[in-house]
Design a protein around this ligand. Sequence first.
Ligand code: DC
Length: 215
Amino acid sequence: MFIHQVITIDGPAASGKSVAGQVLAEKLGYLFVSSGHFYRALAWAADRYKIDLSKSEVIARWLEQLSFQHKIIDSELHLFIDGQDVTSHLNDEVVNKLVSPLAAIPVVRNFLFTRFRSLADQYDLVMEGRDIGSVVFPEAKYKFYLDASPEVRARRRANQGIIDSVTQRDQQDSTRTTAPLVIPEGATVIDTSNLTIFQTHQAIEQMMEKIKILS
Ligand code: DC
């Protein structure tokens, strides 16, 4: 059991997890962690070092010797691979393409599972992802699952100017054998499809109320 508080937010791509998580973390004074950033940083590195993703032993050896660190800069988590801050590369097109297949590899998930758990030894967390309430922190007291229709989510990514096939990634993330995207047991489900920014803030207030009631 971890000593710090952990609030989990899961859901598919562009369901509003990051915005909700960031606001919630700021209100509570917790550290906001996008677990997808860790998968993205590794996808960036796998491309950079031309790692053969079809060979688990190669990936395991590579991860063992990889220098992968985080630093909090201006309240934000930055990720460093071999000393380079890769935060600005996390939405590169090649990363969007590689990240789902990479995240389906058990040795990669095990590697990050340990990292995520150890963050809760150091900080109170709001962590968002695909399996945070179901696998990484199943014992968390406060769990949320955000959803929105595929059309709305594709539009959100396009409006951000990001080339990202959310439907294809959803399909890969939900059908993989290891830690597929599911609604975690005990999670409060919020559909953000028709929410304006103002209403999203209202939804966050509801999350805060829920946390107060449960604490
Ligand atoms: O949240 P995101 O779009 O940045 O996540 C990028 C990819 O990482 C996503 O397609 C699936 C994977 N991922 C995962 O498998 N498990 C998580 N907890 C977070 C992300």
